[in-house]
Design a protein around this ligand. Structure first.
Ligand SMILES: NC(=O)c1ccc[n+]([C@@H]2O[C@H](COP(=O)([O-])OP(=O)(O)OC[C@H]3O[C@@H](n4cnc5c(N)ncnc54)[C@H](O)[C@@H]3O)[C@@H](O)[C@H]2O)c1
Length: 383
């Protein structure tokens, strides 16, 4: 069926090179593009575990998706795959806070050095690039430097994060947590520079805590038992195992959560409306879904009890210091609320799903997918 852009023009099928397309965001984007559009997707990743279900010969889109098992650090095929595509989307990254201060070099290489050839090939071949950055580029809010009860902390000018106005405020170098944010910021600056000097057509996406099914892994089931995934999978793991949910430094950090399915609608609008998305940096988040990590844990306990039948009284939280949880060099952003003016104006996009609804959908998935495997893992006698 014909698709039309926001200006009423018919959209021609595109060939999209999706780097890092085998991960959480990539898997949802592939599903959407296969189910609802005629675009072709060339996925590049080191793993296809999360998108395997799309490669079934019986699927109507079978000829529109292909997978290339490539590590973009060192593979000459990358250049030719970018050159034969109309658009490149780069999702590949190390993007788990537990890695930022324990593997700072891998984090910096992955988020900056490894992305440079992607930018270069897009510039050279005059191909459009949608690059995934992060809301972490804002770092800490200016308000966080004011005394705790200072009235200006309540003033949006001191906490609302705006693409074209807010500064990027990171901690000192010894706080290696900022290695990720700093590498992402530098690649944004490189892309911006390529556009200014060499005409690269780009869009930069700053996701604000997109969550949903297939995010990360459950330690000891489909990821290393000593691994620390992002907060949704950490809390899910605790819930599935009936362990207390660990609140780092009391769980006082504030975040806004966006349902992955809402987020993917924004990305498809960017793909299909180049004249409105090129040259833009977009915050993509849900300012209405703000909670502290403590509130998120309490909500997840309630929702998990409802979807799993486990008694709420058997689920609890426990405090842990960031040093014990993440190790030396950890630091945190206090609060992250996106200003939505630019994406709303350019693409008319708004998030829809409440935190309660997105947690219900996600925790139902976690329970159905993992509870048996966890029971088996727990009941196995340790050697
Ligand atoms: N999920 C979020 O809320 C969020 C928030 C901020 C930023 N982002 C950014 O969005 C992008 C995608 O995030 P995600 O949540 O899907 O993460 P993810 O870890 O699930 O996906 C990243 C994918 O990139 C692949 N990859 C990494 N290095 C690679 C390499 N050298 N060669 C080939 N493939 C490689 C991984 O195998 C993985 O499948 C990242 O750039 C991340 O920084 C995401």
């Amino acid at each position: 069926m014909a698709r039309f852009d926001l200006d009423g023009k018919e959209i021609k099928p595109l060939s999209i090179c999706l780097i890092g397309g085998g991960g959480f965001i990539g898997s949802h984007l592939c599903e959407k593009l296969m189910e609802e559009t005629s675009h072709k997707v060339i996925v590049i990743d080191v793993s296809d575990e999360k998108i395997k279900h799309l490669f079934n010969q019986s699927c109507s889109w079978f000829n529109r998706i292909e997978f290339h098992k490539i590590n973009i650090k060192n593979d000459s095929r990358l250049e030719s795959l970018i050159k034969i595509s109309d658009l490149t989307i780069n999702l590949a990254a190390i993007c788990t806070p537990a890695d930022y201060n324990t593997r700072p070099l891998d984090t910096i290489f992955s988020n900056f050095v490894d992305a440079i050839p992607v930018v270069k090939y897009c510039t050279e071949s005059k191909k459009r690039l949608i690059h995934f950055s992060t809301c972490e580029v804002y770092g800490k809010t200016i308000g966080s430097f004011l005394p705790k009860n200072h009235p200006l902390r309540q003033d949006p000018d001191f906490y609302l994060l705006k693409e074209d106005a807010s500064p990027c405020v990171f901690g000192p170098i010894e706080k290696q947590r900022w290695s990720y944010a700093c590498a992402k910021q530098l690649i944004e600056r490189l892309i911006y520079g390529e556009s200014a000097e060499n005409g690269l057509k780009f869009t930069i996406v700053r996701p604000f805590n997109w969550i949903g099914p297939r995010m990360d892994f459950i330690p000891g089931v489909d990821g290393p038992s000593e691994g620390i995934p992002r907060v949704l999978a950490c809390f899910s793991n605790n819930l599935l195992r009936g362990e207390p949910l660990k609140l780092v430094d009391g769980g006082q950090s504030q975040r806004t959560f966006l349902y992955i399915k809402d987020a993917i609608e924004a990305v498809v609008l960017m793909i299909e409306n180049p004249s409105r998305a090129n040259g833009q940096i977009f915050n993509v988040g849900n300012p209405n879904n703000e909670v502290t990590m403590k509130q998120l844990a309490d909500m997840m306990i309630k929702v998990y009890a409802k979807v799993s039948g486990v008694s709420e009284a058997d689920l609890s939280t426990v405090d842990i210091s960031s040093k014990d949880f993440y190790g030396e060099g950890y630091d945190d952003s206090d609060k992250r609320i996106p200003d939505m003016t630019i994406i709303n104006k350019q693409l008319g996009w708004n998030p829809k799903t409440s935190l309660e609804d997105l947690l219900e959908a996600t925790l139902s998935y976690q329970h159905t997918t993992y509870s048996e495997a966890i029971k088996n893992a727990i009941s196995k006698p340790s050697l």
